[in-house]
Design a protein. Structure first.
Lengths: 257, 233
């Protein structure tokens, strides 16, 4: 099991290629955090980095709403969103533990005496074998958690990097567009959660327009946003609000250069 | 309370509940008055209820002048919290010079506007005021958000005409819908060729009419096991 405090193990498990891609991600994050930016795009980038670069099978991010209840804010796929939602419904799981204890949680899902008798079998049935969860902390307060799932036991994952990504998400939420000095974190969490709602509405519009599934709809949304240098949540708002024709996004192909 | 006897004099279902929520805000958030206004994506807006003349004036002024925190709460999609209306005449409140002047002379010391929305669906705004110029604490802000969410549900009742007169303490929270509900809303808006707010009302009405949970209906729509018809049920 990966130990977040073990430096030498991390050296062994992070390949040169991974390091280069991670460096790229952090440069991208630094760019992102400078100007007015899009919290939905940032959280999406973070969960995809956990999969594409760190090597997790799936990743999800939960945020606390204004009543302290966790909600799904980002996920690497629809299947992962379902796993996160299942934890919330069952009121047990690694993400909830990391959130409540303010500490990282790592566990083998097939362990005989799992602390999560409902969640562990559900995750196993989805082909997952182990899980790590990192708390998102702001001073003494927990604001959410980042969840990494793996399809094998004892994943060789550097949890320090995952924790760094979770910390970046926390900073991002604090600094998102519209945040003013003196504002309370509750408002910013609400804004982050509402941008997730916007994205889901827009995915539904795209899915029904193009007769495609939700994962494909999200890919089209990301691609159009990237090619047009648009913020994910602004684009989603235009699609759901009816000011941008969804067919333009479904049929968008970047012109060959 | 649950049988909605207070609805008798109200023009539409949900209004009685909205009135009770505004009253509840006075003690729960420690404010002096509250007002609730409604908007639709088609641009209709109007005051639904207010606890007193000052609160009603706050609502009416914003619509009459076309400026004020409830409009800004919407465009910024976050609450506008003005702890000191007088001091803000030159700062943040200076964005609405006429409005700020008018509410200050009506005796409003602090004003807090919460946008009521579900993603791209505009529902309305909840405005809370204090006579004393004093900001909200974290627990008060939490209480205000809880009432804002319940008020959003009440506005959905007002718009759909369904008399879902739930006790306020079990009010479903806008953000608490499962992600499939929002996906299904988007799908329905395309399938029925209606705006997103109309799509959500149709989805909600379909679930209520059949005593199904909105989550289950949404899941069936996303899985393409169910498609709502345009007959309006």
């Amino acid at each position: 099991m990966a130990d977040p405090s073990s430096g030498s193990a991390a050296q062994d498990t992070t390949t040169v290629g991974q390091q280069a891609r991670l460096a790229e991600v952090f440069v991208m994050l630094a760019d992102t955090l400078v100007a007015d930016f899009d919290i939905a795009g940032l959280l999406d980038l973070l969960v995809r980095t956990c999969v594409d670069v760190i090597g997790a099978t799936a990743a999800g991010l939960l945020l606390s709403d204004h009543q302290g209840v966790l909600r799904v804010a980002a996920s690497s796929s629809e299947a992962t969103a379902l796993l996160e939602a299942f934890q919330l419904q069952a009121e047990e799981g690694p993400c909830l533990d990391a959130f409540h204890t303010h500490r990282p949680v790592s566990a083998d899902l097939s362990a005989a005496n799992s602390p999560w008798p409902t969640f562990a079998p559900f995750a196993l049935s989805h082909g997952l074998r182990s899980v790590s969860a990192l708390p998102m902390r702001l001073r003494e307060q927990s604001i959410g958690a980042l969840n990494l799932f793996h399809d094998h036991h004892e994943p060789e994952i550097d949890l320090r990097i995952a924790q760094a990504l979770a910390d970046v998400a926390t900073i991002g939420i604090l600094h998102q567009e519209g945040a003013r000095a003196g504002d309370l974190i509750i408002d910013q969490l609400q804004a982050a959660l509402n941008s997730r709602v916007l994205i889901e509405q827009a995915k539904g519009v795209l899915a029904a327009t193009g007769h495609i599934d939700m994962d494909t709809a999200f890919q089209l949304l990301r691609r159009y946003a990237r090619d047009h240098n648009a913020k994910l949540s602004v684009l989603a708002g235009q699609i759901a609000g009816g000011t941008l024709q969804p067919i333009a996004v479904v049929e968008w192909r970047q012109p060959a250069r | 309370m649950a049988n909605g006897e207070a609805e008798g004099t109200s023009a539409a279902p949900g209004v009685g509940r909205a009135e009770r929520l505004c009253q509840e805000a006075i003690t729960a958030v420690d404010i002096d008055g509250a007002g609730l206004s409604m908007m639709t994506s088609a641009g209709h807006r109007g005051t639904v209820c207010a606890t007193d003349d000052v609160a009603r004036r706050v609502e009416d002024l914003q619509f009459a002048l076309g400026e004020g925190p409830c409009f800004d709460a919407f465009t910024g999609a976050g609450p506008v919290l003005i702890a000191n209306v007088n001091a803000s005449r030159s700062g943040e409140g200076a964005r609405w010079p006429v409005f700020t002047e008018a509410v200050a002379s009506a005796g409003v010391g602090a004003l807090f506007a919460f946008p009521l929305l579900i993603g791209a669906i505009p529902l309305g705004a909840l405005d809370l005021y204090r006579l004393r110029p004093e900001g909200l604490t974290s627990p008060q802000l939490r209480a205000a958000w809880r009432i804002a969410d319940a008020a959003a549900e009440a506005l959905l009742d007002v718009r759909s005409g369904t008399a879902m007169d739930l006790p306020t303490d079990v009010a479903p929270v806008g953000a608490s819908y499962r992600l499939e509900v929002h996906q299904a809303t988007g799908m329905v808006s395309v399938q029925l060729a209606v705006p997103i707010d109309e799509a959500f009302l149709r989805l909600r009405a379909y679930a209520y009419a059949r005593d199904l949970s909105i989550d289950d209906v949404a899941r069936d729509i996303v899985a393409e096991r169910l498609q709502l018809s345009s007959e309006g049920d």
